[in-house]
Design a protein around this ligand. Structure first.
Ligand SMILES: *[C@@H]1O[C@H](CO)[C@@H](O)[C@H](O)[C@H]1NC(C)=O
Ligand SMILES: *[C@@H]1O[C@H](CO)[C@@H](O)[C@H](O)[C@H]1NC(C)=O
Ligand SMILES: *[C@@H]1O[C@H](CO)[C@@H](O)[C@H](O)[C@H]1NC(C)=O
Length: 629
């Protein structure tokens, strides 16, 4: 295995001849770790390593030999670590049978925990937070990357340890999983939060530059920055004492507050703050800066990662996913290598098949170019015909938790249940094996849903074992919608059986705008605040509000991807436990899923419109997810 070979060679070269052979100490190899042969118990030492007992770091390399010199610390017979042995300081022993031995000195606190963003962390964690083994920094596979140890000698890029060479939020590494490029590692925070002087001479920024630690100290237009520890010319509260982890040193541009980019107070009294957009981007982030026009159907750039950082599958490959769109089917679409493309004119931009077997396709980390305007979807709400139709047995309609609701019949509404079997959110059955719900119901787009289930076909929140229509089906997968859609699709372990109590709701045509005044229904088992029977499915009726009216009521905060219904005087609306459920509208004899219930600040308010995700904006995506599996 290549990584192991790397370790051996490095050690052999570093030690040269005439000294102890480190290879005698190791008998077997586990991944990239060298395991020591058990030796006699180390000499007794106090439990807690003090700073004196901690290994004195070997001074800069060339002078670092095994022979004592005034600068290398090899004095008397003290335990030292001139060869950076993984087990820490050692010494030659006076026992003729044991040439040398580790002294068993405990690691200093700062080697096992990190302060601030962990740029100085030099510990030996070598797995990501998902448990994936890290790729060695000196290798270029499975991931090609710019952080070669030789190029960044001061970043501690040893072996495959988690490091933070690029001022990210936390230490991270490239992973040995070809489908996952880089991932953060979980490293304990040191209890003592010190402001440590950093010695970073280079600096680049990624994301919004919260972790930028470089020395640029002028704004983008060249105005000098004010020192963070000064209160003139501008008074402010971003003092180094208050923000000990944000490295507010000197007058360097920083981003302590999650702004768009690093910034500073300027030394000019008339200009309070300004951005430092001219700081360069980190080398591996450059690709993500490209942008696309329109839907990106003519995007021919070289980004080849999804928005979650998963590497794209080459368009011509047949694994891990068998593509339905390939250079053969779409010869005009420039499907080269594994670059993000938009061969099917997906309205959410360039995408690719991914190397992650669980994610057939996803959108790429490319933004629409600024100035490329997306036409409003709210025009041209012409009459449309529905090809497929959500229908229900209207005889089941009666006079199930929705505030102000009535027990009702909503055969597409499903109850989503956690491992304890407790209802926590609603969803809508759009295909036998697919349920739509909202992102807010789940901790992440990679949430482990083992043990989660949907329950269908029953009016009751907690049906008895004898309920004849009840179906319970495990959830196998969660797929997050295009960014900002807040939608998720849940794949079921097997198709639901359709009957009088379980039916599909139909999807609106892409970009269909449901006319104002249409009477729609919300359904759920959520909080009723004592207004209805909380143990059965409740259904309530609400009229759709015109977009501009709703926008005015919300003081301009309504997005085009949202839809609202008028508040009713009686206080009817969705609450905790209803989220993810349907806003179903009867159009041309069909029940259509026009909205998905999302949380608003206060549930079921009498003076505020209720908000929903406008499903018609994401219908192309929904069909694509169902088609690809
Ligand atoms: C900081 O880095 C500079 C340039 O690499 C070096 O000369 C200096 O000695 C370093 N200072 C500390 C405290 O390590
Ligand atoms: C910016 O920092 C450099 C040292 O990194 C210093 O020489 C220079 O004077 C500073 N400029 C301003 C405007 O503070
Ligand atoms: C993609 O869709 C947009 C909007 O529907 C349309 O204007 C554009 O012409 C389409 N592009 C192609 C190549 O079909």
């Amino acid at each position: 295995m290549q990584p192991v070979l790397g370790v051996l060679l490095t050690l052999a070269v570093a030690l040269g001849s005439g000294h102890r052979s480190p290879l005698n100490d190791f008998q077997r190899l586990r991944a990239t770790e060298l395991l020591a042969v058990p030796v006699d118990p180390p000499p007794l030492l106090p439990e807690q390593g003090s700073s004196e007992q901690c290994a004195q770091r070997c001074a800069a390399s060339p002078a670092c030999r095994f022979l004592p010199s005034p600068r290398n610390g090899l004095e008397e017979n003290y335990c030292r670590n001139p060869d950076r042995d993984k087990r820490g300081p050692w010494c030659y022993t006076v026992d003729p049978n044991i040439r040398h031995q580790s002294c068993g000195i405990k690691k200093c606190e700062d080697a096992v925990c990190m302060t601030c963003n962990g740029e100085e962390y030099r510990g030996t964690v070598d797995r990501t937070e998902s448990g994936t083994e890290c790729q060695r920094w000196d290798l270029q596979h499975p991931h090609k990357h710019p952080y070669h140890p030789d190029k960044y000698p001061d970043k501690g890029l040893d072996d495959n340890y988690c490091r933070n060479p690029d001022s990210s939020e936390r230490p991270w590494c490239y992973t040995t999983d070809p489908g996952r490029e880089r991932e953060y590692c979980r490293i304990r925070l040191c209890t003592e939060k010190r402001l440590r002087p950093l010695n970073v001479t280079t600096g680049c920024f990624r994301g919004k530059g919260e972790g930028y630690r470089g020395r640029v100290n002028v704004t983008v237009s060249g105005i000098p920055c004010q020192r963070w520890d000064a209160q003139t010319p501008h008074r402010h509260h971003f003092t180094p004492e208050k923000y000990p982890c944000n490295d507010l040193q000197e007058n360097y541009c920083r981003n302590p507050d999650g702004s768009e980019a690093p910034w500073c107070f300027t030394a000019r009294p008339t200009i309070r703050v300004a951005f430092c957009f001219h700081i360069r981007r980190c080398p591996d982030e450059l690709g993500a800066q490209e942008c696309y026009h329109g839907h990106g159907e003519r995007y021919h750039g070289h980004v080849s990662k999804t928005r979650k950082g998963i590497t794209c599958q080459p368009w011509a490959a047949q694994a891990p996913h068998v593509p339905q769109i390939s250079p053969v089917t779409h010869p005009e679409a420039h499907l080269e290598e594994n670059y993000c493309r938009n061969p099917d004119n997906d309205s959410h931009g360039p995408w690719c098949y991914t190397m992650d077997p669980r994610t057939p396709f996803d959108y790429c980390a490319i933004k629409p170019c600024s100035g490329s305007t997306v036409p409003s979807i709210l025009e041209n709400a012409d009459t449309v015909t529905f090809e497929q139709c959500g229908r229900r047995d209207e005889r089941l309609q009666q006079k199930g938790r929705i505030v102000g609701g009535q027990p009702g019949n909503s055969p597409w509404t499903v109850s989503i249940r956690n491992r304890a079997g407790m209802h926590f959110c609603g969803g809508s059955l759009v295909k036998e094996q697919w349920v739509i719900s909202t992102r807010q119901c789940f901790s992440s787009c990679d949430a482990d849903l083992a043990g989660y289930e949907v329950q269908l076909g029953t009016l009751f929140k907690d049906p008895g074992p004898g309920d004849p229509n009840q179906q319970t089906i495990p959830i196998t997968r969660i797929v997050c919608g295009p960014s900002e859609s807040q939608l998720v699709m849940l794949k079921l372990a097997r198709p639901a059986a359709l009957n009088r109590r379980v039916a599909l709701i139909c999807l609106p045509p892409e970009r269909y705008v449901v006319p104002a005044g249409t009477i729609c229904e919300i359904a759920g088992w959520g909080e009723t605040r004592g207004t209805a029977d909380g143990s059965v499915l409740n259904v309530a009726r609400l009229p759709v509000l015109a977009h501009n009216e709703c926008n005015a009521a919300l003081r301009g905060r309504l997005k085009e991807s949202e839809l609202c219904t008028a508040p009713l005087r009686a206080g009817v609306g969705a609450c905790e436990g209803d989220y993810g459920g349907p806003l179903a509208c009867l159009t041309a004899d069909c029940w259509v899923l026009e909205g998905v219930i999302i949380p608003s600040r206060v549930c079921a308010r009498t003076d505020q419109p209720a908000l929903f995700i406008r499903v018609s904006l994401y219908v192309d995506w929904i069909h694509k997810v169902m088609k690809m599996g």
